[in-house]
Every structure is written in structure tokens, then in C-alpha cells.
Design a protein around this ligand. Sequence first.
Ligand code: ZN
Length: 501
Amino acid sequence: MEEQYKRLLELLGEVSDLQAAAAVLGWDQQTYMPPGGAQGRSMHLATITRLAHEKFVNEEIGELLEALKSEAADLDPDSDEACIVKQVSREYEKQRKVPGEWVADFSRVTSMAHQSWEKARKESDFPTFEPDLESVFELRRQYVDFFTPYDHIYDPLLDDFEPGLKTSDVIQIFEELRPKQVELVQAIAESSNSIDDAVLYQSFDETKQWDFGEEVIKAFGYDFDRGRQDKSPHPFTTSFSIDDVRITTRVRPDFLSTALFGTLHEAGHAMYEQGISDSLARTPLEGGTSLAVHESQSRMWENLVGRSKPFWVAFYSRLQEYFPSELGDVKLDDFYQAINLVEPSLIRVEADEATYNLHIMLRFELELALLEQQLKVSDLPEVWNQKMDEYLGVTPPNDAEGVLQDIHWSMGIFGYFSTYSLGNLIATMLWDKMKIDIPDLEKQIELGKFDDLLGWHREKIHQHGGKYEPMDLVKRATGSELSAEPYIRYLQTKFGEIYDL
Ligand code: ZN
């Protein structure tokens, strides 16, 4: 077994090296590359990505996995070896089911769809995008067929982002969540406590914003010896190895929240990747286990920590020192309320904690209806607007601010949206369990101490990388199945207090 396992790691290591090289090129593309480099870069990336894929689905890896599977049955199921054989086999079998011809079609169609989406969004004209979106959907329906039999037509798509999770679980969770969230948003709208967030919209020096953000994430435990922060139009985290995990942010000179919470969010993703065990390096398990678990980490640092009172007890006077003329006279309580303003809005990425999940559920429901052929692509704008009104009480004035706002569908990405909401739920599940294990957690945060908090997540989540399927990992960490209840309770308590409900 030893020889074969060594050979498997060698091959997987080469795939991982190619993927890391592609990630460096992608990072450069979005940070420092001059616009003229775009054409050449897309060729570099296409070649490296194809080579990585070919190397991975290669017969030799299949034979090694086959040989190792029966032997791995005798190993401790939690050992790196057993988990690597199990998870890599799963991914290998999935990727082998997708014909190269489909991959080429998909790449061609989505590249056209992406262009027509950009044009349609600019002109707020859905019919420009409609035929291409139709083709993308057709390809996604074909994709799903490669994975028959399935319980639900949406399962194979969800599984790409949340291995092992079933659509029926998500439907059930969302059914529990939706009425409570709608109810909460309505109660807030009717509350007599109106919050003013004008203090966040002043002129804030960009360098000081940058420095304050970095000071905070250093205190959180983001390791700058194994990472760095740069600017990009859309913030993201990327990892080239466990020892080089980078983040980006964007800074608005007239609005404090964008850079600050963006930095905290990405640092959450990055600390997860920095905390993965070295023993998983250069294997497919060296990243986070799923998008939802990843999002649980980013949302925790951004919201459960970064938008909490204890955190600002520790950091508000520091922020005032950076911005004495802008915030010197603003009281901590008023600042805390301002960063937690709830306001139903049209755009998902700008949504607050209380309304965010409603944006997600809308998209999830539309994707399901399209796949189940209960909704036609041409009817999307109308149904989108109806649901916005029903859930949030706002109606988009045009399709650019409605159905055309997200990039995902134009790239052929379906099954992704729900992971954002599931991340919120997982974050509060972990938080509740952690509070039991660290009884003075809030006190520690008020003192600006995060070692225990980060240490808890290192132990329960980070170190395991992709060894366990996401819901298995959550269960190991919390002892519970995925549930909406902790998140609903968190929202009700937090916003009940802020809005006197
Ligand atoms: Zn994120």
C-alpha cells in the first residue's frame, strides 16, 4: 500500500501545483495585471486549468484509487490516508462522469453568456441575455443527467459545492427560516426606533481605513508572514499553499463599512485556509471542506464578531483615534446601531444581516423552479420582482437592479447561492457550542483577545481541511444536525434589542 499511496500523493501533488500556479495568475489578474494582459492571461489560465484536469482524471490515478480503496478499509477512518482515498475517489468518480465534449461546450456557451450578461446589465435589458441564459440552463440540465439516479434534480448541482448535502434538506431549512425572517423584517420596519447611519458616510482617509482593518485582523490572528492584503474591484481570498493565503479588499473614501467589513470577511476565509493541517498540503483536501463552511468562517468574523457590541468595546476608541474629527463625538452605542441598520434593499451584496437570507432564498427558489421546468427563463424578471415585493417589500425599478444583478448564472454557476445562507446558520451553530466551551468568550472579545476563539475553530474546523463532508464536520463540531434555530434566535435577540421589538 505504501508505494501506491506515495505514488498517488505524487500525482495529486502535481495537480495541486498546477492549480496553485493558476491561482497565482488569477490573483495577479485581479490585482496588478494591466488591462492589456487580459487576452494572454485567459490563454494561460485555460491551458493550465486543462492540464490540471487532464492530470487528475488520468487512468493511473483511477487505478491507484481502486487498489487503495480496499486497503484503506482497514485504516482508522479518521486518518489522513483513509480520508484522502475516500474524498479523492469521490471527486474522481464525479469528474470522470462529465464528458470532455460537454466541458468544451460549457466553456464556450458560458463565455458568450458572460459577455451578453455584461451588456444586458449595462443596458438593463434582460432579452439581450435571455437566449444565452436559455442555453446555459440547457447545458446544466444535461449535466445533471450525468449523475442519474438522484433524489432531486438539483442534488448534483448542490453537491458540487456542498458534498453530501441534499436539496430536500435545504428546502426544509429554508421553509423554517423564511417566515421568521419575513416576520422579523416587518417588525423592524414597524419599529419606532429609527436608526441613522449617516456617521458611516463621511470622508474617511483611505490609508487610515486600510491600517485600521489590518490592525484588527492581526489581532484576530491572520498571519501576515503567510499572507498579504491587496486592492481589487471585488474582494476575494485565494490560497497558493497553506503558507501563502492572500486577501483583497476595496476602499471607498466616502463610506466606512466597505473596506472594514470586507477585510474582516476575507480574513475569516483566509484564517480557515491558514489553519489547515500541514499533513494535507498538496492534496485536494488542503482547502476548506465546502463553501458553506467557508462562509461560516467569514461571516463569523464579519458579523458575530465584527458587528457585535463586545468587539466595539475593545476597538471603538482605537477607531476614534484614527478618525478623531469624524467619529470623536459619536457615541459607541450610536456607532453600533449605525453598523447594524436594517433596511430592505434591492442588491444582495449590500444587504444587512436581517435581510440577506431572503435574497438568497429568492434565488434558490427560482433555480429550483427553472430546473423543475415550472418556470420559463423568459418569465424570470417578472417572478423575481414579485418575490422581492413579497419578501422584502421592495420592487426593482429595472432589471439591472433586479434579475441581472448577479454574475453567477452567466458563468453557469447554479446550486451556489444557498451556501451563503447555510454559512450564516453554521456560523451561529458553531458560536453557540463555542460559548459553552469558552464561558468568558464575550469578556475576552471585550479585551480584544481572540486566541481562544481562533484556537477553538482551528481545532474543530480548520485543521481538518476537506477530510470530512461539510455536514459531518458540523456535526462533529457541534453535536447537532444542520438547523436554522440558532440563527433565528440570534437575529431575534440582536435586532430585538437594537430595534426595541
Ligand atoms: Zn465569503
